[in-house]
Design a protein around this ligand. Sequence first.
Ligand code: URA
Length: 241
Amino acid sequence: MQTKSFRIDRYISKHLSINRRDIKLMLAQGRIVINGDIIRDVTTVVEEFDHVVLDGEVLQNKQALYIMLHKPVGVVSATKDEIHKTVIDLLPSNMGFSPLDTSSLHIVGRLDLNTSGLLLLTNDSRWSRRLMAPEEKVSKVYQVGLENEITDEYISAFSEGMYFQFEDITTQPAQLKILSPRVAEVILQEGKYHQIKRMFGRFRNPVITLHRSAIGNLILDKTLRAGESRALTSEEVSSIF
Ligand code: URA
C-alpha cells in the first residue's frame, strides 16, 4: 500500500493540470485552503485525509475510517470469499460515516477462520502499516483453550522463541500465563502464520479455542457481541501505540 501524500504544487498539477508557476500564484493569492487554513507555502504536503479547497471548490474530502469488529468464529478475515461470509459482510451499511464505503477498507492483522475476537479495519494505510511494523512491537493478547494441560515448561519455551523451519525464523519472545490447567493467555508482538497454533503444536497440544482480546492499548469493547462492530474514537485511534 502506497502512502498517498504529495507536495501541494504536485497535488494541484496532478489533479487539475495547472502549471506550477500558476500554482505559486494561487498560493500567493490565498486561494488554497487545507483543513480550514489558507496555505501559502509551496512545500506544504497534502495527506490522504486532508480537506482541500481551491477557490471555494472541494478537491478532496476523504474520511479516515477506523473500525473495531468482534469477529465471530466461522467468518473469514478477507474482503471477498467464494465460500465463507467475510468480515466485511458483517459491517452495517451506516456506522456514522454514512454511507460506509467498505470497498476502501482493509484488515489490520488477520485472524484465522476459527479464531474470534478483536479485528481492526481501516482505509488508512499509514496507520495500519505502523500498527503492523515489527519495530513498533505492538502487543496482541490472546486467550487460548487447549486440549491438554499446560505445564510451566511452556512458559520458557514461549519466552525463548521457537524456530520455524518453513520461514527460517525464530519467534520473538512471547509471554504465556497459565490461567487454568487448559487455558492460557498469550501475548505476541508479531503475527506469523497460525503462530499460536504452531507454538502449541510443538507440545502436541491442539488449540481448541482462540480469542484475541486486545491490540496494543485497545481492548475489545465488552458491549460488542460476536459479529458486532463500532467506529473507534479518535482517542482510541491515537492511543493504540
Ligand atoms: N495465531 C493463530 O494461530 N491464529 C490466529 O488467528 C491468530 C494467532
